[in-house]
Ligand binder design. Structure first.
Ligand SMILES: [Zn+2]
Length: 470
């Protein structure tokens, strides 16, 4: 239960002691406090983290983060931090630690990563998904494996940076709460949502949070790289539709067929074109990107997005609500008309527009269809301004003079939604300078997930600088 913070005063001995311990754990580089390098361990830690198979199968005993959590806690205690392991259920383990800042009057910065990953089917992969091998891709050395960008990359950056700072006695400007969470990929019921409900004390004093999915680059040309920082997230509305009708023999004419009613409603929803709708973050994004690409100010949103190549699908989904039918269930015999039929819809709504979204859905349902909620989670939007944003922009620019930071909306959801319920605003900032041709958006939950070695090192250095400034 302890939540003791370290004062970093026993740095040298602990630093030297840590060498042996860390070596045992597979991190091969040796560092002394005289040679500060926040990127030194990032690749080794990322690879070791990927080797823990933390596949999340939802509420299933195979879903386990404990081994990875114990490894992470070991990396922190080795340098003198006092991590706490928190379990919401057996094996569903998160890790927390606090780090003192230069300015103890400042609110704390929460750095959060998740330890779980989505499952991977090894047969589909070029290199085994949990081996974390390093191979070249178009001449660029990359770490291959599930979690390489979602998000053991950022976990490793946080650990490499924080270990280096503690050992070299370089305090961050403001206090840190660093956390590595269970169960993000299944909605955080055993992770972030459980923690904010049962252990709000872990977040005491936190004023702002940094996590996934942002800070990655999109190359415009040799002189300009956009770095997309997440400042908003769409909300989640997963719903079940139920059609009721009159059961009967399949040979009879039946105008109250539940399957027909459901199919019509699903078709109306699935083919509905939600209109392009501006939110503050999308507006800001479009202004920046039009300017960066030299497009006229009146270039329509979809035409701007179409210019974004590999990330166009990811950004396109943030221009409007969406509602995708994903599951259907009805019937048990060819010649029996069932009395009811159900469908599941994956709905995503824009910040501030949940009621409008649901009203549209209800208008599309038609008679004899009822809607029930499976999952409902908030949308987020924070201003892209202020000292924390300035710190992100500056730390990027110092490490990439061609950088231009732009805010964007994430079409999915992250643990930031849970922290927002405690009033903690959050940004997605896991900095990666990526090769122009890498189809980054496809790597999330995709086959052959991989991260460039030098992008990991870049990210650690940017994050380290950010902690000086934020
Ligand atoms: Zn993730």
């Amino acid at each position: 239960m302890s939540r003791k913070t370290t004062n970093g005063t026993d740095g040298v001995e602990i630093g030297l002691y840590s060498i042996g311990k860390v070596h045992d754990r597979g991190v091969t580089d040796v560092q002394t406090s005289a040679q500060s390098d926040p990127a030194r361990e990032v690749v080794d830690i990322c690879r070791r983290l990927i080797q823990f198979d933390t596949s999340n199968y939802g509420d299933d005993p195979r879903s386990q983060e404990r081994d990875a959590a114990e490894y992470v806690a070991g990396l922190m205690s080795d340098v003198g931090l006092d991590p706490e392991l928190v379990e919401s259920a057996p094996g569903r383990t998160s890790v927390f630690a606090r780090v003192d800042g230069e300015d103890s009057n400042e609110s704390a910065l929460l750095l959060h990563g998740h330890l779980d990953v989505v499952p991977a089917n090894a047969d589909d992969w070029t290199h085994p998904p949990f081996a974390a091998e390093v191979h070249e891709d178009n001449g660029v050395p990359m770490v291959w494996g599930r979690g390489a960008i979602d998000m053991k990359d950022m976990d490793a950056m946080i650990l490499s940076v924080v270990r280096d700072r503690v050992r070299s006695r370089r305090r961050p400007r403001r206090p840190l709460v660093i956390s590595f969470l269970a169960d993000e990929e299944a909605g955080g019921l055993f992770g972030s949502h459980w923690l904010v409900e049962h252990r709000p004390d872990l977040f005491e004093g936190v004023g702002v949070a940094i996590g996934e999915v942002g800070g990655f680059s999109f190359t415009v040309d040799d002189h300009l790289r956009l770095y997309l920082i997440e400042a908003a997230e769409k909300g989640i509305s997963w719903m079940q539709l139920t059609a009721d009708g009159r059961a009967g023999h399949g040979s009879m004419v039946n105008h109250e067929n539940a399957v027909t009613r459901l199919a019509e409603a699903v078709a109306r929803i699935g083919s509905h074109e939600f209109p392009v709708t501006m939110t503050a973050t999308v507006e800001h994004f479009l202004v920046e990107v039009r300017s960066a690409l030299g497009l006229p100010d009146d270039t329509p949103a979809e035409a701007v997005v179409a210019r974004l190549g590999p990330i166009a699908p990811m950004i396109g989904a943030t221009l409007r609500h969406s509602a995708a039918p994903t599951m259907l269930e009805a019937g048990y015999k060819t010649n029996v008309i069932p009395g009811s039929a159900t469908a599941v819809i994956d709905g995503r709504f824009l910040p501030g527009r949940r009621d409008e979204f649901l009203a549209t859905i209800d208008g599309l349902l038609g008679p004899d269809i009822t809607r029930s909620t499976l999952v409902d989670d908030i949308a987020l939007e924070v201003p892209f301004e202020g000292p924390v944003v300035d710190a992100m922009v500056r730390s990027l620019l110092e490490h990439d003079p061609q950088a231009r930071a732009v805010p964007y909306t994430l079409s999915g959801g992250t643990d930031a939604k849970a922290f927002a319920t405690l009033g903690i605003p959050g940004y997605g900032f896991a900095p990666l300078r990526l090769p122009p041709a890498l189809a980054f958006a496809d790597l999330f939950h995709g086959v052959d997930e991989r991260v460039p070695v030098d992008a990991l090192e870049f990210g650690a250095r940017v994050l380290d600088r950010f902690l000086d400034l934020a």
